[in-house]
Design a protein around this ligand. Structure first.
Ligand SMILES: Cc1ncc(COP(=O)(O)O)c(C=O)c1O
Length: 458
């Protein structure tokens, strides 16, 4: 039991404090901040003799960082001799991993059952990788707190359940990710939460659609796939006046291009699967807002089993290190490709908020930090022309995700809008033959050349 719990608690890269034979690595680890209450691992495998002053310094740091449990690995008798006196009286719970993998306490310092319970709770809610990326996102969004969850869908569901109760009404934009639409339509009713949908670009419809029981408003901006940019301020003013929570899915913008809390939103949601991670190898979601609401999301996350995996959290940490450079570059690439597309005879319409022809161009200039790497195009000749063009493309992969370093193209008629008829799609402004690109980090000249040769087959 003890062994299983600790294995889970320390899983992933965040083996917090790992000694290595070189002084520099030890120094770097000593200087790294550990989240309070974490499990620290000191791995002595391959470490020759132990320098007492270094051991002193490490233990002082562990105490300072309020580490709960110290797990010692690869300990030889010589190491034990050096470390035991330093650890004596430090107040840390210390475990040694024997060569056969079994754990034993060091001295009288074995963790208590209460502490082990807490470690289980931490595994569900606060592994150190999760704590780190939550802090980063809170800083980026200028939020009190942020929390990562197992998926964007999980984050969306629990953000809403944190503020809604049975009998409440949710007013949602009708231009939202298909999976979320389905969640609202198929599941929320069973929980006693009614949902109705409005066109988010018509400000007056929000007010008209409100009911006495309305408790929250949800919208996505920029929208998928038309990239309409919603001006949050009028909606936020209305929500404040009526005492409603404003929840905004800001996945398409990422915090580099838009920070909804600065515009009056109460809660921000991300599918971290997309730009926050940026490498198309993780499924995760995030919620940012006040301490009180994020705490409630955390509680629900434990109860509903929506905790992010520590390794996924570590991958997101890696992805977030390049978030700003990636998104800024994607803003440049987006604009270059959109401007080129706008000049092509074979393309009947280009949807990109950075183009003056876009219906929200003025709002986008005012609200967004950049126009993003998402682009919609319509080809003359509808589905057949789009299919020929798709077959000719050599760089863009045909896949439904977005926000990664590689360019992807998808057809809303087969993905996000598959549940609508062709007429309904046309009415929603997404005629069959509409193509949505998520531009990656390839050279824009290469992307344009690839578009050009694929259009030439048109
Ligand atoms: C805008 C938006 N929100 C939420 C989601 C759901 O996120 P996930 O796939 O991480 O569950 C998606 C997925 O495509 C999305 O595009």
């Amino acid at each position: 039991m003890v062994h299983a719990v600790l294995q889970q608690a320390v899983a992933g890269f965040y083996a917090d404090l790992v000694t290595r034979p070189t002084g520099r690595a030890v120094r770097e680890n000593i200087e790294r901040d550990l989240p309070p209450g974490s499990v620290a691992v000191m791995d002595f495998s391959g470490v020759g003799c132990l320098d007492y002053s270094c051991a002193d310094e490490i233990v002082a740091k562990l105490v300072r960082d309020k580490v709960k449990v110290l797990l010692l690995r690869g300990l030889t008798d010589a190491h034990r001799e050096a470390i035991e006196p330093v650890l004596a009286g430090a107040g840390l719970a210390v475990l040694c991993e024997r060569a056969d993998g079994a754990l034993e306490g060091l001295g009288a310092s074995e963790p208590t059952p209460a502490l082990l319970d807490e470690l289980v709770e931490r595994r569900l809610a606060a592994n150190p990788n999760q704590v780190d990326i939550g802090k980063k996102l809170a800083l980026l969004e200028d939020a009190d707190a942020a929390l990562f969850l197992a998926s964007g869908m999980g984050a969306t569901a629990l953000a809403h359940l944190a503020v809604l109760r049975p009998g409440d009404h949710l007013l949602a934009s009708e231009w939202i990710y298909g999976g979320v639409h389905r969640l609202f339509r198929e599941e929320f009713g069973k929980l006693g939460i009614e949902v109705s949908f409005v066109n988010p670009t018509q400000q007056r419809t929000w007010k008209r659609a409100m009911r006495k029981t309305t408790r929250a408003v949800f919208l996505e901006t920029p929208t998928n796939p038309l990239l309409r940019v919603i001006d949050l301020e009028p909606v936020a003013t209305l929500c404040k006046a009526e005492g409603l929570a404003l929840i905004v899915d800001s996945t398409f913008a990422s915090p580099v291009n838009f920070r909804p809390l600065e515009h009056g939103a109460d809660l921000v949601i991300h599918s971290a699967t997309k730009y926050l991670n940026g490498h198309t190898d993780v499924i995760a979601g995030a919620v940012a807002g006040t301490d009180q609401v994020v705490d409630e999301v955390r509680r629900l996350m434990q109860v509903w089993g929506q905790a992010i995996d520590p390794f996924a959290a570590w991958l997101i940490d890696r992805g977030m290190r390049t978030l700003t450079v990636r998104v800024r570059r994607q803003n440049e690439i987006g604009l270059a490709v959109a401007e080129w597309c706008a000049k092509q005879d074979a393309i009947s319409k280009v949807h990109y908020p950075g183009l003056p022809s876009h219906p929200d161009h003025e709002a986008a200039k005012r609200i967004l930090g950049g126009f993003g790497g998402m682009l919609g195009i319509e080809l003359k000749g509808g589905v057949r022309a789009a299919e020929r063009f798709l077959k000719g493309l050599t760089i863009a992969a045909h896949a439904p995700s977005l926000g990664g370093v590689e360019t992807l193209v998808s057809e809303p008629r087969l993905t996000s809008h598959a549940s609508l008829t062709a007429e309904q799609r046309a009415q929603a402004g997404i005629p069959d033959g509409f193509l949505r690109f998520s531009l990656g980090l390839e050279d824009p000249d290469d992307l344009i050349a690839d578009f050009a040769q694929a259009l030439a087959r048109h």
